[in-house]
Write a protein that binds this ligand. Structure first.
Ligand code: FAD
Ligand code: PYC
Length: 406
């Protein structure tokens, strides 16, 4: 971030010693989603008397812990339209921010190891193409030609029969996304307050009237809750319930190797995915931990299980060392789609249920939530993601497009 006459301090965003007594909008959570909503509220709707409250540091939640896979090869029409709008925003985001997000289009393969996998991949390819998204079912010859280093027999027990190839699949630098939105919001007058926890939300006659924080009370009539794995706790504060359940999701990276893997590879049957970052590290992930837990601890069991399956795909990696591992807390929904929009509490807006799939949605979630909060009317791209769908059993059914069984 270059020093400039308008921003001589040369920092990403300012720190404010005091909270104001009131704001037009309070956003809870300075992950990518909260910061993106703040950015678009200020930039597109002229609403800048906004504060973003973060109990830790910006991007310290799932935004800074995710494996950065960006794709729009979903299975439902509403999912494909929504994530495709996000991919289009991603493509211009570095320029928009004047900050390099290392957005890197790599192509994305979801491997099929069974006939039913193939059927789902074909289904996804057809829905994707119908909505103008580039996805194709490809056969083993195509895959082996593009990935000659992969063992197509997967150790002999799960041979690759085909794959969904999604050319727009990409990765990006996750921290930079939070910094870019944070800096852009700050420059437009939004206040970002780190180390400020929301401990209560005041509601009178069914309407939001303020939030209690670890640094005092703030008056406001609009609250946007974008706290991912902490969503059930925040919903308790306004007496709302959701079917969100929380599981840890772990990931790990290897020591850097010379560039050898351009695309992103996912195998639901082997419960693994892998990509290679701009630094040469292999970024590796697996399924959710199989029990409910509100914790970001990581386990040896995860490293061992994931390594064993990765070696079935790429046996030559057996001497490569793992250098870091970590976990985030995923706010899972029963239909693997988000929960977005208005709620029965007037002035309380929800952006949640991002589980294991929300990083790619950061730009479009920010844009559509900013519209919803500014106009108090639900953006057309998110009508099917309402909290109310669980009451009316109008679920979205996105599980078939989840990454590795999540
Ligand atoms: P977060 O970034 O978690 O931000 C929420 C913030 O709210 C946190 O900073 C938290 O500290 C703050 N907060 C919570 N409670 C309070 C409170 N009371 N007061 C103030 N602040 C509060 N998605 C993809 O699309 N592609 C991937 O490849 C991918 N990989 C993943 C890998 C892992 C290991 C994990 C854990 C997740 C992955 N995801 C992926 C999912 C993705 O990371 C999340 O869905 C997304 O980052 C959610 O962003 P957010 O801004 O909503 O939440
Ligand atoms: O949504 O593509 C995804 C993903 C990959 C790993 C975690 N989520």
């Amino acid at each position: 971030f270059a020093l400039s006459p308008e921003h001589p301090e040369g920092r990403m965003f300012q720190t404010h010693a005091e909270l104001k007594d009131s704001y037009d909008v309070v956003i809870i959570g300075a992950g990518g989603h909260g910061l993106a909503a703040a950015y678009y509220l200020a930039r597109d709707h002229g609403v800048s008397n906004v504060c973003v409250l973060e109990k830790g540091y910006i991007g310290g939640g799932n935004t800074g812990r995710n494996t950065t896979i960006i794709r729009s090869n979903y299975i439902t029409p509403e999912g494909v339209r929504f994530y495709d709008a996000s991919v289009k925003l991603w493509e211009d985001l570095s320029e928009d921010f004047d900050l390099n997000l290392f957005y890197s289009k790599r192509g994305h393969y979801t491997l099929a190891h069974t006939d039913s996998d193939l059927r789902t991949m074909r289904w996804r390819a057809e829905v994707n193409k119908h909505y103008g998204v580039e996805s194709e079912l490809v056969g083993p010859e195509f895959i082996q030609r593009e990935l000659p280093m992969m063992d197509m027999s997967c150790g002999g027990h799960a041979p690759v029969l085909g794959a969904l190839h999604h050319a727009p699949g990409a990765i990006a630098r996750h921290d930079a996304v939070a910094w870019g939105y944070g800096r852009g919001a700050d420059r437009r007058g939004v206040e970002i307050h780190q180390k400020t926890e929301v401990t209560g939300i005041s509601v009178m006659s069914g309407k939001v009237c303020g939030v209690q924080t670890s640094r005092g009370f703030i008056h406001t009539e609009k609250v946007l809750c974008a706290v991912a794995g902490s969503t059930p706790r925040l919903l308790n504060m306004v007496d709302l319930q959701s079917p969100i359940y929380i599981h840890p999701l772990q990931a790990m990276v290897s020591e850097p190797t010379k560039p050898w893997l351009n695309p992103i590879i996912v195998s639901g049957s082997l419960h693994v995915y892998i990509s290679q970052s701009a630094r040469g590290e292999l970024v590796l992930g697996a399924s959710l931990d199989p029990y409910e837990l509100h914790s970001t601890r990581s386990t040896l069991d995860f490293t061992e299980g994931l390594s064993a399956h990765i070696l079935e795909l790429f046996p030559f990696l057996s001497h490569v060392k793992i250098v870091r591992q970590w976990a985030g807390i995923a706010d899972m929904t029963p239909d693997f789609a988000p929960i977005m929009g208005k709620t029965p509490v007037e002035g309380f807006y929800l952006d949640a249920g991002w589980g294991t799939w929300g990083f790619k949605a950061t730009p479009v979630a920010g844009k559509t939530m900013a519209h919803t909060v500014a106009s108090d009317s639900i953006h057309p791209l998110i009508t099917e993601f309402s909290l109310d769908r669980f009451r009316s059993y109008a679920l979205t059914g996105e599980k078939g497009a989840a990454s590795v069984g999540h």
